[in-house]
Ligand binder design. Structure first.
Ligand code: FAD
Length: 379
């Protein structure tokens, strides 16, 4: 059988794309190398995602509206989201739920590793592991993560800026009690010289992690120092690590194939948020595919739409990371600015729904002046 579309990778991006295609009556196969995969991830998702993709309450282990940020000198800023929350999910449950949803819409699911993609007439022949016969498809969606085999096989430009992140899961214990209903972020050069450290609670564990630019620093040492600084003496029950591609590829669309999510490099700088953009790109990509198949519309509308919607957010967060993540002095200034209520409101509003709503001119000026003040003062 030849499918209209083969989706390679069954994370959030591939599962959403497959569900959208199958729902529209497009014959779709989803190829995932490991259906038991536990993707290393903090699992923090914004309210806007939960609403848009109808994520059931049972999957959202915590709804956290309290957050604190910590500076290198130990200054703490506590914040509260008045109009929403960060949802915490466990990826092994979340991804599996999204794949089941795709299956319910009649996506065929194959568990196998994609080894090679060959041209086959006007489509593709996808070579699989486990001695399975090749899958034939007219179009491909590469949703196979930061080390995308699809991108390599089809000759997409490289995935450039990559952070490598590590996370450890700890059972709840006395030291971690204060974190059971709180998201905490550490901006501290000892924990990460160019990113940040996080403490995210789930129902049965607390996830603690940090990241840094790939091959620049010793990630294990950074994580060790973080855990020591928090004061945890218990051992973690799970260590996990993976790359985070925080720069969109220069192109993620071809005539008959697209990349979505991490495969396309769609994780925002500064905060490393990728689940929302993976699911959103999966949806936008699938809709462009449907238009291509039904009305012969070019696939490039997908990339154009994605960039139009989200390029300002990527640009803004890249600028923030560039200015503030370089030294402890700058991180100290950044945390000081977080104390401003308007900064908090703008940050939460844009995080929750990914919409940049411009603040009134007077507030923009006030924030700008505060930035200058704290940058000069160094705190
Ligand atoms: C430590 C860490 C913490 C993070 N925390 C957060 C967070 O809190 N919030 C957030 O929004 N983002 C977070 N991210 C980023 C987020 O995890 C990713 O952006 C998101 O998973 C991207 O989804 P995806 O579907 O594009 O790719 P993935 O989730 O990586 O899924 C790709 C899938 O493809 C499969 N695959 C790969 N190669 C092949 C192949 N050759 N054949 C078949 N299948 C293949 C894999 O098994 C996998 O299931 C974090 C990342 C890391 C590393």
């Amino acid at each position: 059988m030849r499918y209209d579309v083969a989706v390679i990778g069954g994370g959030p991006s591939g599962a959403v794309a497959a569900a959208e295609l199958a729902k529209a009556g497009i014959s779709t196969v989803l190829i995932e190398r490991n259906l038991e995969n536990v993707k290393p991830c903090g699992g923090a998702i914004p309210l806007g995602l939960i609403e848009e993709f109808n994520i059931p309450d049972a999957l959202v282990e915590k709804k956290l509206s309290k957050m604190s940020v910590r500076s290198p000198g130990g200054r703490m800023i506590f914040m509260e989201m008045p109009n929403g929350y960060v949802g915490m999910v466990r990826r092994e449950r979340f991804d599996s739920y999204l794949r089941d949803r795709a299956k319910r819409h009649s996506t065929e699911i194959i568990e196998a590793l994609v080894r090679e993609i060959k041209k086959d007439g006007d489509g593709f022949s996808i070579q699989l592991s486990k001695g399975l016969p090749p899958v034939k498809a007219s179009f491909i969606i590469g949703a196979d993560g930061a080390n995308s085999k699809t991108a390599e096989e089809l000759g997409f430009p490289p995935n450039e800026l990559q952070v490598i992140a590590m996370q450890q899961r700890f059972h709840c214990c006395d030291t971690l009690k204060p974190y059971e209903e709180l998201v905490e972020i550490w901006f501290d050069g000892d924990v990460s010289p160019d990113f940040y450290g996080w403490i995210f609670p789930k129902t049965d564990h607390i996830a603690i992690g940090t990241g840094t630019e790939f091959r620049k620093h010793n990630l294990k040492e950074l994580q060790h120092r973080f855990v020591q600084k928090i004061g945890i003496t218990e051992k973690p029950y799970l260590d996990e690590a993976a790359k985070i591609p925080m720069k969109p590829r220069t192109s993620f669309t071809q005539e008959k194939a697209i990349l979505t999510g991490d495969a396309a490099g769609l994780v925002t700088p500064a905060n490393g948020e990728g689940i929302f953009f993976a699911m959103r790109s999966g949806k936008l990509g699938a809709h462009a595919m449907i238009e291509r198949i039904r009305n012969n519309k070019p696939l490039k509308s997908y990339e154009k739409n994605f960039r139009k919607l989200y390029a300002p957010i990527f640009f803004g967060l890249q600028a923030l990371q560039f200015v503030y993540y370089k030294s402890d002095r700058l991180r100290e200034s950044f945390v000081a600015i977080c104390e401003d209520r308007d900064v908090q409101r703008i940050t939460f509003d844009s995080y929750l729904y990914k919409k940049m709503v411009p603040a009134p001119w007077s507030i923009q000026m006030k924030i700008f002046m505060k930035n200058i003040y704290h940058l000069v003062k160094g705190s």
